[in-house]
Design a protein around this ligand. Structure first.
Ligand code: GLU
Length: 415
């Protein structure tokens, strides 16, 4: 598979709306660079007594609209350019959903699957020590992302609070419920994504009940996407996959049983009544809706021509490469872009911040009601602009988001 550079891909999306927004080449050059980034080396004592140095980053892409916001990933293949691309995506995502936040992302090159809980805790704390003066509740607020969860957020919040000698819930979101976390944060990305799909299928003439769905990825986003799709929208989830491969069942998988199976065996493979398939086979399945919900650049020029879905909903960040995006558009397959579709996570993170600032805790219904409104509002403006200008939804979404950031930069007198 061709190596794709996410940062370059995201910059191309930015260029797609420059003409519409009358962005000058000089301003475009400014917008193509992250405002600040920190590279850290993190020494961690391993369980066997040895000392290992991990590399970590935090990129604050643009803070014109407010303090920067974005997750922290722990992944063995992490690169600074992926983090830059993801930080840019966060900037456009927060702007599109009208949040008073800029965009950031962090990452540590490590393989948490091969580390003990103690090692992950020490790494999490050491990373926060290394970046503690770069972040803060009104400066830059991290959150969970690939291979980081609420336990990691709790350690990080605790470490930050120790350094500054006061409990600071608002420094990080996605925390456990008993430590300043919000109801609904755990499945917010998936729940938000389904609100977008629900609205989009009405415009596309696809009936959701009984629709055949394939979900690529069975982590925090993918597993909730499959569960909510089946349980609340009565779709038929015919295939899911994780990093070890996938499973397919013509008449639909029982997602609750599959979750138990994954819990017991560590993977979705060899699930009774289902056939093992590869991740590549999943991408090419004859389904109504394909939901990439794992990593970036999984649909590329190498496999885009095999896609047979009627709709792609990007629950992951950057799952479709720029070239594949153009090819799928030419083939008439609509894509619900990441900055629109997966904004639910950061929306509920923002709601968590609001609760933390007020030392409050809202009911789940309140959180989900606000989430639904924000998602549906964003869908409407993106869909309206895409129809009016006859452009793909991604281009419309970027035009709205980048336009808002540029306006804020102008008001601030930066450009
Ligand atoms: N990691 C999530 C994302 O990519 C959520 C970020 C956040 O909650 O700040 O959107």
């Amino acid at each position: 598979m061709a190596e794709q550079n996410l940062f370059e891909e995201v910059k191309r999306h930015l260029c797609s709306c420059s003409a519409d927004l009358q962005i000058t080449p000089n301003l475009e050059a400014v917008m193509k660079l992250p405002m600040r980034e920190l590279h850290v080396s993190i020494p961690v004592r391993m369980d066997d007594g040895s000392l290992r140095a991990f590399s970590g980053f935090r990129v604050q892409y643009n803070d014109a609209l407010g303090p920067t916001k974005g997750g922290i990933r722990f992944h063995p293949d992490e690169t600074i350019d992926t983090i830059r691309g993801l930080a840019a995506i966060m900037t456009w995502k927060c702007a599109l959903h009208n949040l008073p936040l800029g965009g950031a992302k962090g990452g540590v090159i490590c393989n948490p699957k091969k580390m003990s809980q103690g090692e992950i805790e020490r790494l999490s704390r050491a990373y926060i020590q290394a970046i503690s003066h770069f972040i803060g509740p009104d400066r830059d607020i991290p959150a969970p992302d690939v291979y980081t969860d609420s336990s990691v957020m709790a350690w990080m919040m605790d470490e930050y609070s120790r350094i500054f000698r006061k409990t600071t819930f608002g420094v990080i979101t996605g925390k456990p419920l008993s430590l300043g976390g919000s109801e609904g944060r755990e499945d917010a990305t998936a729940r938000g994504g389904w609100f977008i799909v629900r609205e989009a299928v009405k415009d596309l003439g696809i009936i959701l009940e009984g629709a055949r769905v394939a979900v690529q990825g069975f982590g925090n986003v993918g597993s909730h996407a499959a569960r909510i799709g089946q349980g609340e929208y009565s779709v038929q989830v015919v295939a899911v996959s994780d990093s070890s491969g996938g499973v397919y069942a013509k008449d639909g998988l029982d997602i609750r049983a599959l979750l138990d199976h994954k819990e017991k065996t560590g993977s979705v493979r060899d699930f009774s009544g289902a056939r093992n398939i590869t991740n590549e086979e999943l991408i090419g399945l004859d389904v109504d809706i394909l939901i990439p919900a794992a990593l970036e650049n999984v649909i590329t020029l190498d496999n885009a021509s095999q896609v047979r879905a009627r709709l792609i909903a990007e629950f992951a960040n950057g799952p479709v490469s720029g070239d594949a995006d153009a090819l799928l558009h030419a083939r008439g397959i609509p894509i619900l872009p990441d900055i629109l579709c997966n904004g639910g996570g950061v929306i509920v993170s923002y709601l968590e911040m609001v609760q933390n600032f007020n030392l409050d805790h809202w009911e789940g219904e309140e959180v989900n009601r606000r989430l639904e409104k924000k998602m549906v509002d964003a869908y409407k403006v993106v869909h309206d602009l895409a129809s009016r200008n006859h452009v793909p939804m991604r281009q419309a979404a970027y035009t709205i988001a980048v336009g808002r950031v540029v306006k804020a930069m102008k008001y601030r007198g930066w450009v």
